[in-house]
Design a protein around this ligand. Sequence first.
Ligand SMILES: [Zn+2]
Length: 320
Amino acid sequence: MRSCHIWIFNIGRGFASVIRTPNNKWIMIDLGANDKFNPVNDFMVPCFKYLCMEKRQDKKYQISQLIITHPHDDHLSAINDFNRAFYPSLFTVQNDLDHPAQSNESKINWDLITNPSSDLTDYLRKEMLPGRQPPLRATDEDKSEGFVFQIYHLKPSTCENDKELLRANYSNNVSIMVRLNYNGNVILFCGDMMKDGMSKIISGNAALKNALSNYGVDFLVAPHHGLRSSFSTELFATMKNGRTRALNIISEKPTNKDSNEIVDTRYESKDYSGGHQVIVDGWPEQKRHLKTSASGHIRIDLFQNKRAVVVSGKSALKIP
Ligand SMILES: [Zn+2]
């Protein structure tokens, strides 16, 4: 039976995720990493070796798509490692490349991107972007029946010209959102979209709005690491059933206690999540939300017959 697998890694601070499509194509969303875990060196390279995947002439492995939701350091840490070992057929990140298919209003303003240092964004711009082809789109390399893969984003100019969006955080609001639907199981990755950006994209993007209201969401990868400032009641109000059908997933970004930047507890409430069984270290538990900081790595297995299995902890890293 065909299946689709999604890994969301525990990297302490930031985000990194991998998708293996039903036809064994590979997609990476973000490249966060920390001292304890690097999604490229500790997962992708060993995984491709284990599967005896062939290398290209330049000795790199090929994947279908790399999506960098937005160029913040906590989503980019492993970018050098990635570039050394992998080549993405499609490389998708907001950019300022000149291309006839990309209008000026779609170009990112790098001056508005805030990071502690410019090392990683410089690497992205100088080593990875030259020679690549915008515009932004989702890979269509896997045409398996029942597999739908889409991306959504606000135009950078929209975030720059709207004072509220600009103030809320330009870099976060240009996030690329990713939606995967395999035979009715929907996963929505929200990047670091802020509350205002989420309202704007839902009201302005009919495709996203319709997808949310017609199909709902089973697994929500919460916007901006689940932080309170990005909790969007509008997102839940728009989605079918008014809450996530299975689980809210939080790739946590620890912050100090006095800050308002703490994980929103509404993600664990029955008002916002229907709940789903999770296999934690071999034992089934009923959960409404999962935090990588508490549960470790997460793997979601979606099967052709609509069954979804969620595994957390060390065994989540296994290749099914
Ligand atoms: Zn982030």
